[in-house]
Structures are given as C-alpha cells and as structure tokens.
Design a protein around this ligand. Structure first.
Ligand code: FMN
Ligand code: EPS
Length: 389
C-alpha cells in the first residue's frame, strides 16, 4: 500500500490516491467522514476550522460499497477557497497585482525560509500553501481507509492527548481501544484523564490570549495486532522504524517514543524488558508492556503504545519572533491575523491515522492481499498458528 497527497491549503481541494487496498473490502464514505470530523475538533484551533466542513468525495476505486482493487482517489474540498480564488487561481495574472500580494516575511519555525531558498520562490505563499498542515486532512482520509481495513481484521486503534503545555494526563485505567476512543471523543482536549481537562483548556486559553502557542504529547494505542508483523531482516522493513518516520513526517512533530520510550535510558534491563509467559488459551504473552508492543522491528502481540511530541505552532499572533524580510533584508517582527494556538488534540487524530496506514501497509505486505476475504482468512489462520506455536 502507498499513497500520495496533493493540494494547497487555500486551493480548490485536497486529493489523495491510495494504491494497494485489497478488492472486495466494504468501504463507505461515512467511515472516512467520521475521521475527518474528529480531526476538526479540539479546543485551541483558529478561525479556519469554523470555515471548513471536511467531507470526502470518493472519486474512484469503490463501487456499490466495495473496493475494486484499483487505485482509490479521495477528495476533500476547501470551503475557504471561495475567499482565495483571486490569490490561488491557476491563470496568469498582472505582474502589478502579483507584486502587491507577495509574502516576503518568513516565520521562524515554519517551512517558509528554507522552502523559499530551496525552490527559489520570492513569494513565500508558494511554500506555505503546501507546507500547511491542511494537508493532514487527506492523510487522515487515507488513514481512515486503513483503519477500516484493520478493524475488519480485528485490529482497533485510537489516539488521544497525554500532555499539553507541561500538564500531564495520568495513565488511563480505561482498558480497551473503544473505551479510550469514547472518552477522548467526549473531551474538548481529547484527554482520557478528566482531572487535567480544565487545566489544559486554561493553558490553551492563556496562550491564545497572550497571542502565543503551545505544544504537547499525544499517544496512539492499538489492540489486536498479531505478533510478528514487520521484520528484523532489513532496516526498511522494521515496523517501528517505519512508524517513527511517518509520525515525524506530521507537521510540527519532533519525536516518537515506543512504550516507556526515553525513560528506558534511565532503567536497568530488568526494569525494561517484558517477561514472556504462556497460557493454553492465549499462547505467548508478555507480563508487562514496557516496550510498547515492539521487539526487533516486529510486533509482540501486546497492545502498541506509541507517543509523538508536537512542538508549539510556529505562527504567533501577538508574540512575533524576530525575522528578516527576504526582499529588503530589514529585520521585522511578524504579526498575523489567523492561526491555531494549539492543535495537539487534532494532531492526536492525525497520528492515529498515520500509524493506521503503516500497520495496514505492513499487513498487506505480509499476507496475500489482492482480495480482502482472502486476506481475512490468511490473518485468521496466522493468528491460530502463532497461538499454537
Ligand atoms: C493539525 C495541525 C494544525 C496546525 N496549525 C498550524 C497553524 O495554524 N499555524 C502554524 O503556523 N502552524 C500550524 N501547524 C504546524 C505547521 O504546519 C508546521 O510547524 C510546519 O509545517 C513546519 O513543519 P515542522 O514544524 O514539522 O518543521 C499545525 C500542525 C498540525 C499538525
Ligand atoms: C487548515 C488547517 O490547518 C491550518 C494549518 C496551518 C499551518 O500552517 O500548518 C495554518 C492554518 O491555516 P490558515 O492560515 O488557513 O488559518 C491552520 O488552519 C486544517 O488543519 O485543516
């Protein structure tokens, strides 16, 4: 499985083309729209989210509610485009008009300056339109298709917030993915620990009032992955490494942890590795899950526990950082009219979908996957093999 995305933040639409989804898999628009709706929620987002109502259009690869095995293409329209037609249109415009609209002031922390230098753009809009996290809309759409596939194989996944601005949620006593998903869906900051919900919202409100921004940590939790998915034989087949790469590819994500993560550096081996047990019913299991469900680039059969860290949003409404105008070379302090103060809750949904895609990809590589019913059979048979191993 693989996918590409296309589209500018204020352009007409975002598109993703997904290849490798098995034929004969049930798929309806609603599966994708639910995910898109979840990504749009969350305390701390700016005015743009009030303008957009993200809904998917499936333009190929599905017929009468089932996938065809051909490329799937999904489109999400930008409602904001109607306000930007003259800025984002594809037709040539007068040089005078163009010059008046040129952005020459790069924001520290965004892709602006490096992107402009790399592609030789004197108008930074040519960079920011594509580097914007608006693109995560269709990454979520692609991930929603992957989630649908996983779910029908008995694999469930969800994402929620662990930390915002240094306020840390206690580990949840909610056990299942469903319980965690339901609790985070009801929370305006997508957190499982109710006691930190208000403090997190207050921190976001304060940052917003001060015109600053804040980041945080999100966690993705997966149940039902059989042991032995991924591989130890090559660097690019290690599932944890693929997941790490795709998580850090999300806008503003700067790091990943599996299980206890960086904490492992401080502990002895006896306090890190998970002892192996066996029972007639379950087969092999781990007595703890400190490594978060991965050993040797493969799943262990335990729940996957993966964290991602998001830095604060770079565009600052009232606390502009020093930068330099690329035309005049004069220093300036940027002010902006619109930005998110905190997008950590939305980012939890993005990470959930990005991880889902990597998991579905690994599964479809490991088992025959031209036809979905055959994939289901093969996975069920493998589960039985490893239970009796
Ligand atoms: C859901 C989401 C929303 C975001 N919203 C904004 C925003 O409103 N303003 C902004 O400057 N950056 C925003 N970002 C972050 C930038 O897109 C990101 O910092 C930028 O692309 C540069 O990439 P890097 O931070 O990974 O280096 C958002 C990120 C995510 C995941
Ligand atoms: C549009 C989305 O996020 C955008 C991501 C983003 C950025 O610079 O990354 C900047 C903002 O866009 P705008 O300048 O249009 O307000 C966010 O709203 C979205 O998540 O759908």
């Amino acid at each position: 499985m693989r996918y590409l995305t296309a589209g500018e933040s204020h352009g007409k639409q975002l598109t993703t083309i997904i290849e490798g989804i098995p034929a004969k898999m049930p798929l309806v628009r609603q599966d994708i729209n639910e995910s898109l709706l979840r990504r749009q929620k969350g305390h701390g987002r700016g005015k743009r989210m009030q303008i957009e109502k993200d809904l998917v259009e499936i333009t190929s690869g599905v017929r009468h509610g089932y996938t065809l095995g051909s490329p799937l293409s999904l489109v999400v329209h930008n409602d904001d485009f109607k306000h930007w037609i003259d800025v984002m249109g594809e037709d040539p415009i007068e040089e005078d008009t163009k010059i008046r609209r040129v952005i020459t002031r790069p924001r520290p922390g965004h892709a602006d300056l490096n992107g402009a230098m790399k592609y030789g753009h004197r108008d930074i809009r040519n960079v920011l339109e594509r580097s914007s996290a608006r693109e995560t809309t269709v990454r979520v759409a692609a991930g929603a298709v992957a989630k649908t596939l996983l779910k029908q194989l008995g694999i469930n996944i969800t994402g929620y917030v662990k930390e915002i601005a240094g306020i840390i949620a206690e580990d949840s006593n909610l056990r299942t993915v469903e319980e965690r998903a339901a609790a985070s869906d009801q929370s305006p900051v997508r957190v499982l620990d109710k006691s930190v919900e208000q403090p997190m919202m207050d921190a976001i409100d304060l940052a917003k009032k001060e015109g600053d921004s804040i980041g945080g940590v999100v966690e993705v939790y997966v149940e039902g992955m059989p042991a032995g998915i991924g591989s130890y034989v090559h660097y690019d087949r290690k599932l944890d490494s693929r997941i790490a790469g795709s998580v850090v590819s999300i806008n503003a994500f700067k790091g990943v942890e599996f299980g206890i993560g960086f904490e492992a550096a401080k502990r002895n081996g006896s306090q890190v590795h998970d002892e192996i047990g066996w029972s007639e019913n379950e087969g092999y299991y781990r007595k703890t899950n400190r490594l978060g469900g991965f050993e040797g680039g493969m799943t262990t059969g335990m729940p996957l526990v993966i964290k991602g860290v998001m830095k604060p949003i770079p565009t600052l409404m009232k606390k502009p950082l020093q930068s330099v105008d690329i035309e005049t070379k004069e220093p300036f302090k940027a002010t902006v009219e619109r930005s998110d103060a905190c997008a950590v809750p939305a980012a939890a949904v993005v990470m959930e979908h990005v991880v889902a895609f990597e998991l579905a990809k690994a599964i479809t590589e490991q088992f025959p996957s031209d036809q979905f019913p055959k994939l289901q059979e093969a996975v069920a048979q493998y589960r039985e093999e490893i239970r009796c191993f």
